[in-house]
Design a protein around this ligand. Structure first.
Ligand code: NBP
Length: 487
């Protein structure tokens, strides 16, 4: 009897997804390459170990593996993003039948997925690029899965993918069709960017509590645990409380022994690069990425700190008041971050013709993934409203929330700046907010400068608005204008 699905790549994600599938009643063929020198016997170790007694069959040769799966085949690849996916596709193509479906569940770049969907379809196959979030735990017990690509594949892969996805509190699977081409991986990329932003914001909240209020780890854990009972309820807030309470074997708080240099694997950076390509502001995530880069320059920071010691006042802050301000800054900045992220998704949808359903995306992120939170319910509701908001912050519910939060948010940023304590994401969010709500900005000066030195032209505010002018600013410039295109 042939199996329901094939899975390639038995590292942490692949193993756990295969077990999850078997648990849901699917019959799974698994394959991992066997390369001399690289770890050998991966398949045997799995089938004789965690997969023993389950509906999982191991294969070490691609032709046998492909042959074992019922047609039209569904083959999910969980291998390292990049060339490995292209190499695998080339190895698989000769053995596939028309209409077979390849699913790439890795963290692939969406442009690679655009190309792979086209390539597979050109050969008569189908291709689904599915972003998977939730790490090892999600892979085993329910992840958030964002599939996009060959649309005719959806009906066929849906029962399997939705069965292994997490469920939101209302029972909806955290997996639904995203759109054509690489849209699934694009959405996963922005998800990861938002994750960078959330983590930076929580880190800043922690830092202000520690430095301006001198709270100890247990007190801070209690604040986060309390926030986790309210509107900020989320996986990242929950684990932050656990992290703050965690002691290592020597009995000390582990958080205080962890070096303050953050790593990154690129999805935050890619979110920002793509937002720039689309001409969209994504300042909060950019700040989070740059702060990780700056954190990694530990030697430089240590040297600089000796030359410019930050001055802290000896002011004793009122604890409940400042904690409330930190809450306001965290919540409002998080709103800004999601508003920016969803605006990038909207723009990508229009630019690439993906027709993304933003409410559905918000719902898919409510369970299984790292940014899961109750707040995503409110975002989904805002996008579902009959009057679609121009911008998330202008949705009636969020507009009222921001009005309540603004006072605490701006006081917190002002205090932190006076105390020479960095809160780059809180302040980036606040500056974005002030810019967003400014009908006028000083960009008239930028246009004048561009026209002065480069004849880039400008529009006027008066009845001549809509035409482009060049001024002979110095009296000796010519009348030749530069093109008025924007990139
Ligand atoms: P890795 O990203 O470490 O990939 C290891 C797997 O890729 C192994 O099975 C390895 O085979 C296989 N592989 C490589 Br490397 N090159 C190959 C090639 N040329 N041909 C065939 N197979 C090849 O594993 P992972 O952490 O399980 O992640 C899998 C994918 O899921 C990645 O794209 C990752 O970004 C994504 N992801 C990971 C997480 C997470 O929390 N880890 C979460 C969400 C998504 P080998 O055993 O022979 O070396």
């Amino acid at each position: 009897q042939k199996t329901d699905i094939g899975l390639i790549g038995l590292a942490v994600m692949g193993e756990n997804l295969a077990l999850n599938m078997a648990d849901k009643g699917w019959h799974v063929s698994v394959y991992n390459r066997t390369v001399p020198g690289v770890e050998e016997g991966v398949v045997e170790r799995f089938t004789n170990g965690r997969a023993k007694g389950k509906t999982i069959e191991g294969y070490t040769e691609i032709p046998d593996f492909v042959e074992s799966i019922s047609t039209p085949r569904k083959i999910m690849m969980m291998v390292r993003a990049g060339n490995a996916v292209d190499e695998l596709m080339e190895q698989l193509f000769p053995y596939l039948s028309p209409g077979d479906i390849l699913i790439d569940g890795g963290n692939s770049n969406y442009e690679d997925t655009n190309r792979r969907v086209a390539l597979a379809e050109q050969k008569g196959f189908r291709f689904v690029g599915a972003g998977v979030s939730g790490g090892e735990e999600g892979a085993l017990n329910g992840a958030s899965i964002m599939p996009g690509g060959s649309v005719t594949a959806w009906d066929e892969v849906k029962p399997i993918l939705q069965s292994i996805a997490a469920r939101a509190a209302d029972g909806t699977p955290c997996c639904d069709w995203i759109g054509p081409a690489g849209s699934g991986h694009f959405v996963k990329m922005i998800h990861n960017g938002i994750e960078y932003g959330d983590m930076q914001l929580i880190a800043e909240a922690y830092w202000v509590m520690k430095n301006l209020l001198q709270l100890d780890n247990e007190e801070m854990a209690s604040v986060f645990a309390h926030w986790n009972e309210g509107k900020l309820r989320s996986y990242l807030i929950e684990i932050t409380a656990n992290i703050l309470r965690h002691k290592d074997k020597a009995g000390g708080y582990l958080i205080d022994k962890i070096l303050d240099t953050a790593g990154q694997k690129g999805t935050g950076k890619w979110s920002v690069i793509n937002a720039m390509e689309l001409g969209m502001p994504l300042g909060l995530i950019a700040t989070a990425v740059f702060e990780r880069s700056l954190s990694a320059q530990k030697n430089l920071r240590e040297a600089a700190s000796k030359q410019f010691a930050c001055q802290r006042s000896q002011v004793l802050y009122n604890k409940p008041e400042l904690v409330k301000d930190i809450y306001s800054a965290l919540y409002a900045s998080k709103l800004v971050s999601y508003a920016q992220g969803f605006a990038v998704l909207q723009k990508a949808s229009e630019t690439y013709g993906w027709d993304l359903d933003l409410a559905s995306i918000a719902r898919m992120w409510r369970g299984g993934c790292i940014i899961r939170s109750v707040f995503l319910n409110d975002i989904a509701a805002a996008f579902e409203a009959s009057q679609k908001p121009k911008h998330l912050l202008l949705a009636p519910y969020f507009r009222e929330e921001i009005k309540e939060l603004l006072s605490g948010w701006k006081h917190l940023v002002a205090h932190a700046m006076k105390e020479e304590l960095p809160v780059p994401a809180f302040s980036s969010a606040l500056n974005y907010f002030y810019s967003l709500v400014s009908a006028k900005l000083p960009a008239n000066m930028i246009q004048a400068q561009r026209d002065y030195f480069g004849a880039h032209t400008f529009e006027r505010t008066d009845e001549l608005r809509g035409q482009f002018f060049h001024e002979n600013w110095t009296g000796h410039g010519g009348d030749t204008k530069s093109g008025t295109y924007n990139v």
